[in-house]
Write a protein of this length. Structure first.
Length: 424
């Protein structure tokens, strides 16, 4: 579970910005909190609001880049036995803040999360060419700290890690350890770190998601369980019926698929939707199968989301989505938020950007669950929660937001706009 994510000097975030998932002492909506201990509770949902180009998507991009940068440096030992000269490091595009003449190219990222009963903090500072600093702490105890290529270790980890001090400037030390540590040492130092990102940390950026949906033709990121696990499929079908888009159930059958380019035939499981057919009196007289691409983009988007959500509610995870409400009816967005906020959810979190103000009310959210992303006149983005503004719990969030009381909305000169239209 995520406690905090911090970013500095990345895209529009020049100064340090922190997304804090720790709950305040508010008593409203107690079911919206995941209790950790007597002192700490974590928010199940965080909704990010702000004007277009305020930096909402940049925050999601930072969370995506952070994960991708780490794992792009991991090397499969089957592919190379020479760690130092291996050229498989994916060159991730690092975009520091550019609207300043200070010449600072170093971006900084930091995360704190809970996994396996441990609190883990990891972060690094890097330029497009090298890693400047890096750190890993477990339960507030230093595992290692790195400045340039110099390393220091916590007393508990000196014996395990002390032999691995040779460090290329352009590579993360966490990748060095993943490559060289034996299984026992890796279990002690890296197992929870790696499993958090591979099993719990899920980022859906708008650009990537749209390319997936538009190129669908039978692959909407369908879970293998959808085909193989009847109980799981029935849960997905339940939500599809709940949103009332006419889908009765899903049809799974093996079919022979011919590759148009090679002519090769393969047997594959094909997923289709089942709709009722009606006569003029409104009676059901049969069924009709639809290919997935015949469904609306909104339905496909919901289908992709709900598969991940069911898994996360069951196993735990962090679902991070840019523009979650795009192409979804407001009631569908509300349904997703309600699933995460419900008392049935014990260990999953939702972080999403949205412009949907129908959700922006005290019946839906606690004040610490609403975060605004604003950009100043110098093009610098910042984060602040509704709880930071000392807003009353019974305030009309959406009305006050549109009136500009919270900031993070477009500032429009209507007289100039209308005058320009009339004179144009």
């Amino acid at each position: 579970m995520l406690l905090m994510f911090r970013v500095k000097n990345y895209t529009s975030f020049k100064n340090e910005s922190i997304l804090d998932m720790r709950a305040t002492a508010y008593v409203q909506h107690p079911s919206h909190i995941i209790p950790v201990d007597d002192k700490l509770g974590l928010l199940k949902t965080t909704a990010l609001y702000g004007a277009n180009a305020s930096g909402k998507s940049n925050l999601i991009s930072a969370m995506f880049f952070f994960e991708q940068y780490i794992f792009s440096q991991f090397i499969n030992k089957k592919d190379s036995e020479d760690f130092e000269t291996n050229e498989s490091v994916m060159k991730m595009k690092l975009e520091p803040f550019t609207l300043s003449n200070d010449g600072n190219e170093a971006s900084e990222f930091d995360i704190i999360f809970l996994r396996g009963g441990k609190q883990i903090q990891y972060g690094f500072e890097c330029t497009p060419k090298e890693v400047l600093s890096e750190w890993l702490f477990i339960d507030d105890k230093k595992v290692f700290e790195r400045t340039g290529t110099e390393l220091s270790f916590g007393s508990k980890y000196q014996k395990i890690l002390g032999a691995y001090k040779k460090l290329p400037a352009e590579r993360l030390y966490i990748a060095v350890l993943e490559y060289f540590l034996d299984d026992e040492a890796k279990e002690a130092v890296l197992s929870d770190f790696i499993s958090f990102f591979t099993e719990e940390y899920n980022v859906f950026t708008e650009i990537l998601f749209e390319s997936t949906v538009k190129g669908l033709a039978g692959m909407v990121g369908l879970s293998k369980k959808l085909v193989s696990n009847k109980a799981y499929r029935e849960r997905v079908e339940h939500y599809l019926r709940l949103i009332d888009v006419g889908i009765k159930r899903l049809d799974i059958r093996a079919e022979t698929i011919v590759n148009e380019r090679t002519g090769k035939k393969t047997k594959e499981k094909v997923v289709r939707t089942v709709h009722d057919v009606y006569d003029e009196a409104g009676n059901v007289v049969g069924e009709k199968l639809f290919d997935l691409q015949q469904e609306s983009t909104g339905t496909l988007r919901f289908l992709a989301y709900i598969q991940n959500i069911i898994e996360m509610i069951s196993k735990g995870g962090v679902f991070i989505v840019d523009e979650m409400s795009a192409r979804l009816h407001p009631l569908l967005t509300k349904l997703i938020v309600d699933i995460f906020s419900s008392s049935q959810n014990k260990k999953a979190q939702l972080i999403f950007t949205t412009h949907d103000i129908s959700l922006l009310n005290y019946n839906q959210f606690r004040r610490d669950e609403v975060v605004f992303v604003d950009k100043n006149e110098r093009g610098e983005s910042s984060l602040y929660a509704l709880s930071d503004l000392k807003v009353r719990e019974d305030a009309t969030f959406s009305k006050d937001y549109l009136q500009g009381k919270y900031g993070a909305i477009p500032i429009l000169n209507y007289d100039a706009l209308m005058g320009g239209e009339m004179n144009g």
